[in-house]
Design a protein around this ligand. Structure first.
Ligand SMILES: Nc1nc2c(ncn2[C@@H]2O[C@H](COP(=O)(O)OP(=O)(O)OP(=O)(O)O)[C@@H](O)[C@H]2O)c(=O)[nH]1
Ligand SMILES: [Mg+2]
Length: 614
């Protein structure tokens, strides 16, 4: 007996923590086995950021039933992957934070799950939080279900009150839970058993991909019907309409490896049958949405659309004065190979060549999606430069220009509502909802062009003194909103190469926020800080104090410097303007002007003015 379940929720609502406890309580670990927290978040970036980036399969056994569990990412940039995963399960566990309530991503994944006819189980999670209001959140989830036109059956979903962290669940708040038994029971009772008949011809949809340098592409999905054995000849059908495939070419090949899931491992098996989730290799042309079938009955299943990218950046070979000092892989050939290799598994990513062999355009679902790729590459030893992100526009039915819009939700203390609305107005946002759930916090929802959000997060954090929370997710394409104001402040640009000196920073810091500290190396055209006013300034950050006859030893040490602003990759992506680049190496993230010498920048500015005037 089998149950196939995906755990879905908004980011941070406690999915991976719950999977830990399910594994533990179902006996997936040996006694005394040391297991890290959020063990499913196994890749280093996931651990460092505390978020799930890739969905992952696991399985436990409960009272003789195998429960396949898919832990999914909650960040909006990966919503497309969650949507695909829903095709390999028969039920979903919707987790909702007992204080935050349903959030934009809760709504998105719930809508997709309900539309596919999946049976939901709801877990109001983190009831141990001091600000938890499980009953209020219960009502909000029901309201959401009604909004999304849930069927009667779906509205009958069981509600559990859980603490992922404590590993407890209960169906009635008056009776605090002591373990996850009620959750396992709900899964066995409410998630339907998969229906496929193992005696019919083999059929399976590719729902996700994995890749290994040893096996190549690996398909993961649920066997819809029939059974499959290692060594079987099977067909991998091309994408297309569901139904019998005749007269189209397709790959037939032998299944070389077959795996099922068990706890934290994949188990190699010889045979698997309808209802189980498997990983399968042996085919060159594995792609999301394709159907595997027996050779006798080549019947295609409805495919899965892969979401279109909405933003692009240019990835450019490093060409600054420090190029190649810190990176292991720096040539255009190496960058190109790496970017194309990423496509093996990162299905929502696009890579395109440009007129210049040194530049590739890389497009994805959002700043996090692209940022993670860059971060991964720099850890592998790559060095490169990245342009300012730009949105991908489309043409509407009447030839009008369209751009991506996002839904933005902010939670702020009431006193900051004014400043938030004031700042979002000029960014062409429209408020669609305002709610005041109490406790002095207000939740505002906006529709805003994706462009309008560039650079807003850091302003928002400053404006709300770190008390605000913001989330946004892609909504749809809408009319081009017209020009938007760029960054309000200029930057300080180093006017020569050298080593940064404290004395110089001491003089500059009154009208600027620095990005560098004494001892850092800079070059002409590198950005060293932010001007507190509009307009860029060329400055000498390497200037030593003039030595006089008087004793001035150690006077440099007396300069009290503000700590520099930490430039992270995501911050840099939001921050830079069109005429600037981010230089990324395994050791450093630097910002620079595209045009390095002050003279050339002046000339370029003059030329631009002339062009504007004519
Ligand atoms: N108080 C409390 N905190 C919890 C509970 N469950 C999880 N957390 C905390 O919430 C944070 C996020 O938990 P995760 O399990 O990583 O959440 P997630 O839903 O997997 O997050 P993403 O995969 O990034 O969407 C962590 O700091 C957890 O320790 C809970 O039941 N109570
Ligand atoms: Mg997670």
């Amino acid at each position: 007996m089998i149950r196939n379940l995906a755990i879905i929720a908004h980011v941070d609502h406690g999915k991976t923590t719950l999977v830990d406890q399910m594994l533990r309580q179902a006996g997936a670990f040996r006694a005394n086995q040391q297991v890290e927290e959020r063990v499913m978040d196994s890749n280093p970036l996931e651990r460092e950021r505390g978020i799930t980036i890739l969905a992952k399969n696991t399985a436990v056994s409960w009272e003789g039933t195998k429960i396949n569990i898919v832990d999914t990412p909650g960040h909006a940039d990966f919503g497309g992957e969650v949507e695909r995963i829903l095709r390999m399960v028969d039920g979903v566990l919707i987790l909702v934070d007992a204080a935050e309530g349903p959030m934009p991503q809760t709504r998105f994944v719930t809508r997709k799950a309900l539309a596919l006819g999946l049976r939901p189980i709801v877990a109001i999670n983190k009831i141990d939080r001091s600000d938890a209001e499980p009953m209020r959140v219960h009502d909000e989830v029901l309201g959401l279900f009604i909004d999304l036109e849930a069927t009667h059956e779906q509205l009958d979903a069981p509600f559990l009150y859980t603490s992922s962290r404590a590993g407890t669940a209960t169906t009635e708040l008056e009776h605090p839970g002591t373990d996850l038994r009620p959750l396992f029971k709900a899964i066995l009772d409410y998630v339907p058993e998969p229906t496929g008949n193992p005696e019919e011809p083999f059929q399976m949809l590719v729902s996700t991909l994995d890749f290994s340098s040893f096996l190549g592409r690996i398909a993961i999905g649920k066997i819809e019907r029939g059974r499959v054995k290692v060594g079987d000849q099977v067909a991998l059908l091309p994408l297309g309409q569901p139904g019998m495939v005749e007269g189209e070419e397709f790959e037939t090949n032998r299944v070389t490896r077959l795996y099922t899931f068990d706890g934290l491992s994949r188990v190699e098996v010889n045979e698997a049958q309808a209802g189980d989730i498997v990983a399968l290799s042996g085919f060159e042309t594995i792609e999301i949405g394709r159907t595997f079938t027996s050779v006798e009955r080549t019947e295609r299943l409805a495919g899965i659309a892969v979401e279109e990218p909405t933003i692009s950046v240019d990835v450019i070979v490093s060409n600054g004065p420090f190029a190649g000092r810190e990176g292991k892989y720096v040539t255009s050939r190496q960058l190109k190979d790496r970017l194309y290799r990423e496509l093996e598994r990162n299905v929502a990513l696009r890579v395109e060549e440009t007129d210049s062999p040194d530049t590739h355009t890389v497009s994805g679902r959002g700043e996090l999606h692209l940022g993670i790729l860059m971060e991964t590459m720099r850890r592998e030893g790559y060095e490169f430069q990245v342009s300012r992100p730009r949105v991908i526009t489309k043409l509407g039915e009447d030839g009008e220009r369209l751009e991506p819009y996002e839904e933005l939700t902010v939670d702020v203390p009431e006193e900051y509502m004014g400043v938030v609305m004031e700042k979002l107005g000029p960014r062409r946002s429209e408020m669609s909802e305002m709610r005041n759930p109490g406790q002095g916090m207000v939740r505002l929802t906006f529709r805003i062009p994706a462009r309008g959000l560039f650079g807003y997060r850091s302003e928002f954090l400053t404006d709300t003194r770190g008390t605000g929370i913001m989330h946004h997710r892609y909504l749809d394409y809408g009319p081009w909103a017209g020009p938007l104001a760029g960054r309000k402040r200029g930057v300080l640009v180093a006017d020569r190469e050298g080593s940064v000196v404290a004395f110089a920073l001491g003089n500059l810091q009154e009208r600027a926020q620095m990005f560098v500290t004494p001892g850092d190396l800079v070059y002409e055209g590198m950005i060293a800080g932010e001007n507190s006013r509009p307009g860029d300034l060329d400055v000498n950050v390497t200037k030593e104090k003039k030595l006089t006859n008087m004793r001035t030893t150690a006077s440099d040490d007396n300069v009290i410097l503000e700590p520099p602003r930490q430039i992270t990759l995501e911050y840099a992506l939001e921050y830079i303007e069109e005429d600037e680049l981010i230089e990324i190496t395994p050791k450093t993230i630097r910002l620079r002007k595209r045009v390095l010498t002050a003279n050339d920048r002046k000339k370029a500015a003059r030329a631009a003015r002339v062009a504007d005037a004519s």
